[in-house]
Design a protein around this ligand. Structure first.
Ligand code: NDP
Ligand code: 2IT
Length: 445
């Protein structure tokens, strides 16, 4: 495999799709060796078939705001690969959403979902709709209009969307309501549903919990744990919230959260009602963390900065892609950080990852350590199919087991002769082999 040649061709076909090209390059570099050792992949042209989505659905979403103005947003669903199961992945509502970002997320989702051990293919979707400052009614009207188009392409055995940035329980409710009305079915077509109408317990917590369970496994390989460790978390949304809860429960002290406006440093630790307050901040639709510093004494707000300058033992980036660059990584290393475990998708830039690897940090890519969210979505699908409901301990223990299993797969394929585990390589190889071998089994389709 000639990675540069493949990337040059891809760049010609998809110029300027920076995030998508970044995600593809990382996977290709990781799997190069395994790919070359298995000529059957080359003869079936697996690479060209895996880097392009099966299909991209793009549509316009007209809706009317509270002042009576007609607004138009773009809607997308990228069905990337369904070799191992129905298409599965979240919907993101954020003004930055474009084809490149959704293709990178859909591509990552293929390998992430393969790692979960559950039968789910990869997909992603969303819109450039900005929930910031919108009323409940506006969000509802937008979601309803979005679903009026999307419902034609999804189904419990075809494609099962869920939440991501800007899409939480409220939005899933509005989307599901419209699907149910159009189709007349009460099925497991979306995950992250309310627990009264088919949602799984623990799904809201699952991504953050899973990320911390994964970090716990990594730390254990060096005889370490969360007990007494200082933890930097970025973001203040669904994933950051779950990660803060579980890291605190395991004895860690979470000292930061962040938003697009800057970060909060709370030296006393973000625990108990301060974590509950994160939910209020998120629900305010205001896109800022600054108010935290007015509510809790002793907390500092650092405008326009990222939390990676704080001295911590463990970093959990849980906000968005490319939010931790080479300089940030060097700060963490200089401050003695031992573990960086990604809760978001691709938050670390390639330069940052190189610095973590060079300095021997425990580093895990999102596709391994944030897989707990989609894994629990998979458990929601199982419960829906069985028309059953598991209790919280049952779901949590399955989630924990899945995260342990993903960690094992990463160690199996990522352990170097000197004992250092390259979790990026491990995750990419394990995910790739499962999907590529499945594609071989089914012929050229
Ligand atoms: P939320 O919408 O609940 O929260 C996202 C957080 O990131 C918010 O605090 C958001 O603020 C902030 N944010 C968004 N853009 C920026 C930016 N440019 N700079 C700094 N902060 C920013 O989303 P989630 O918690 O669900 O998602 C967070 C990350 O986790 C994403 O990368 C997502 O893909 C990933 N993920 C989510 C899963 C899930 O189950 N929800 C599963 C696996 C991964 P605001 O929105 O107000 O701008
Ligand atoms: O990035 C992700 O894995 C998610 N946003 C969750 C997807 C899902 O289908 O639960």
């Amino acid at each position: 495999m000639n990675v540069d040649k493949i990337m040059n061709n891809l760049e010609k076909k998809h110029p300027g799709e920076v995030e998508y090209l970044q995600a593809v390059r990382e996977v290709l570099e990781s799997i190069e060796e395994v790919y070359n050792e298995n000529p059957q992949f080359e003869s079936a042209n697996i690479i060209e078939r895996i880097v392009e989505p099966d299909r991209v659905v793009m549509f316009k979403v007209p809706w009317i705001d509270d002042e009576g103005n007609v607004r138009v947003n773009l809607g997308y669903r990228i069905q990337f690969n369904n070799a191992i199961g129905p298409y599965k992945g979240g919907l993101r509502f954020h003004p930055s959403v474009n084809l490149s970002i959704l293709k990178f997320l859909g591509f990552e989702q293929i390998f992430k979902n393969a790692l979960t051990t559950l039968p789910m293919g990869g997909a992603k979707g969303g819109s450039d709709f900005d929930p910031k400052g919108k009323s409940n009614n506006e969000v509802m009207h937008f979601c309803q209009s979005f679903m009026m188009e999307l419902w034609k392409y999804i189904g419990p055995e075809t494609d099962v969307p869920a939440g991501d940035i800007g899409v939480g329980g409220r939005e899933i409710g509005f989307l599901y309501g419209m699907y149910k009305r159009l189709k007349g079915d009460h099925t497991g077509v979306l995950t992250g549903k309310g627990s009264n109408w088919g949602g799984s317990l623990i799904r809201p917590e699952a991504t953050g919990y899973g990320c911390v369970y994964f970090a716990k496994e990594m730390l254990a390989t060096r005889g370490e744990s969360f007990e007494g460790k200082k933890v930097a978390v970025s973001g203040f949304g669904n994933v950051a919230w779950g990660a803060a809860l579980k890291a605190t429960e395991l004895g860690g002290k979470v000292v930061t959260i962040s938003g697009p406006d800057g970060y909060i440093y709370d030296p006393q630790g973000i625990s108990g009602k301060k974590i509950d307050y994160m939910l209020e901040l998120r629900a305010s639709n205001q896109d800022i963390v600054k108010p935290y510093s007015f509510v809790f004494e002793g907390a500092e707000f650092h405008e326009g900065k990222r939390p990676w300058e704080v001295k911590v033992d463990i970093a959990l980036p849980c906000a968005t892609q490319n939010e931790l660059n080479g300089d940030d990584a060097q700060h963490l290393v200089d401050n003695g950080c031992i573990c960086v475990c990604e809760g978001a998708n691709m938050p670390s830039t390639p330069e940052a990852i190189e610095i973590f690897h060079k300095n021997g940090l425990l580093f895990s890519p999102g596709k391994a350590s944030n897989a707990g969210g989609v894994a629990t979505s998979g458990l929601e699908m199982s419960q829906n199919s069985m028309k059953m409901r598991w209790n919280s301990p049952e779901v949590d223990s399955r989630l924990h087991e899945i995260m342990r299993n993903i960690h094992e797969q990463c160690v199996k394929y990522g352990k170097r002769p000197d004992g250092y585990v390259d979790y990026v390589k491990g995750a990419n190889i394990a995910g790739f082999l499962k999907v590529a071998n499945s594609m071989l089994d089914m012929g050229v389709i």
